[in-house]
Every structure is written in structure tokens, then in C-alpha cells.
Design a protein around this ligand. Sequence first.
Ligand code: VAH
Length: 316
Amino acid sequence: MTERIVVLGSNGQIGTELVTALRRSYGENNVVACDIRRPDYDIKNAGPFEFVNVLEKDTLNTIFKKYKPTQVYLLAALLSATGEQNPKLAWDLNMNGLLNILDLALVYKTAKVYWPSSIAVFGPGSPKEHTPQFCVMDPNTVYGISKLAGERWCEYYHQKYGLDVRSIRYPGIISWKAAPGGGTTDYAIHIFHEALKKQSYSSFLSADTELPMMYMDDAVRGTIELMDAESSKLNIRSSYNFAGVSFTPEVLAAEIKKHIPDFKLSYTEHDPRQNIANGWPKSIDDSYAVNDWAWKPKFDLATMTADMLENLKNTK
Ligand code: VAH
């Protein structure tokens, strides 16, 4: 059967690369990119695009009716830092956007739905090291609260209505193609751009702030592997813990210095994003993803740093 895939939030950091990967696998015309913003060059010129606001249920209904998607990916969301600047919008978009999609997926019998969660669902009371799949989860950002509630709704729609909805708790995602949008982990992207431009960067997170991260190539591959996995093999219907590599700004700077010896890292204090990061885990135990769909990251800090710098140099 031909897959017909709709991706909402297609112009975001992850959406941009997920659409490209899905179009490579399923054919350009079988993947519809949807967003409220003009598509970037790649997406606009490589397959169907629709202007969609996931809070407008009538527009969404039109899209489901027109394309009758076999798979829907909902990536539209306000991330942690932006969400704290606009809590009610973050809750509305992250929560009602998801509920709109879950309902329409039932109505139109969409075979599979993908919705990203985040390690932001953990909070100050969660274990910091090798944070397990099940533990105390007391998120203290609207983003984390909305993602935790969203996980509960995903599991509810699966258990009560049989909807095949799948989800991953993304760590901070590092990429060079699309600009990140309002995340706390985005320092780990900005640092590469500044290292090449100015051989220096001032981090808004302190030297010892260790966070779980992942290279975009791994995140996109892992997401598609989850969506391709046998449904019967999946034991988690809230959202899977998912791990790549954990590091601090200090450790990342040392790796960058291997390529740019003059690189200097300084620190900006009292940034609100420090408080957000302080509530998050340092590392994640993703044994359920390893067991259920043989997840294995390919990029470590060294290969990620080399790939980021190589690609950014070629796009400058
Ligand atoms: C953020 N990049 O910083 C996102 C992510 C784990 C962090 O969810 O908000």
C-alpha cells in the first residue's frame, strides 16, 4: 500500500529534516509538508506543501479529507524557553494541537500517528543520571507539563480507542540545516556557528550543565525506525526514553578546540534557561527503545562535532 504522510510543523528544526528523509523513503509526492510559515527552499520545491495551523480544526479536517493520510507526524510545538515567555499559548498549541490530531486520526482511521515528547517531562524530583523510563516526573516548565500530559493522552487514545500513536522523548537535538527555535539546549547549536564566525561563544548555560543530546541524523533515523517497527513489539505507548550523547558546554568546547584551537568559551550568567536546564536529567536510560526496536545511536561527541563543523563550513 502506498504510504500517504502528512507532517505538521514541517518547517521546524526536526520537521525540515524529517520531511526530507520521509520523501527519500516514500516519494516526494507522498509526503505533504504543512506549516503556518512559508516553506524553506528544499521543502517548497520538493513536494506538496499546505499552510496549516494545528489549532484550526476545520483546516486540519480539510487536510485529512483531502489526503486521507496513512501516517501523521505532529511536530508543531512551542519549546521550553519560548514556552516560558508565553505559557498559555504554549499549553494551547502543544495540548490542543495534539488533541485535534488524535481525534481526526480516529475519524479518518489514520494507521499511525507520531508525536514528539521530550526529556523536559522530567523535573527536579526525577533521578538525574540514567533517568529511567518510569520514575518521578515533576516538570516545572509549561513545555514539560504539556509534553507529560500529551504522553498521557497518547497512551489513553491507544488503550481506549486502539490508535497506533507512537512517541519519543527527544533529548536536545543538534543540527546544522534548519535554525532551532526557542530551546534551552540550543546553545549547543549556536556555539558551532559562533566558533566558525568569531572563534568564541558565550554560553547561557554554565560550564558544568550536563544535558542529554543527540545529532539530528540519529534523531530522524530513530524516529523512522520506531514508526517502521512492528506494533506488537512496542511496550511503551506514552513516550520512549531516547539517548544519544550527554555533555556539558565545557566538554563540547574542548571538542570544538580540537578543530579550532583558538576557540574561546565564556559564560553569560543569570539566563532563565539555566533554571530550566537545572530541572532536567544529565543522562537517559533508553533500554526500552534498545529492547523494543534495537535503537542504537551512530554519532558520538567527536563525530557529531566534526560533521557539524564540516557542514557549516560548506554552507557559509
Ligand atoms: C528545548 N530542544 O530545549 C528542546 C528540547 C530537551 C530539550 O525539548 O526545549
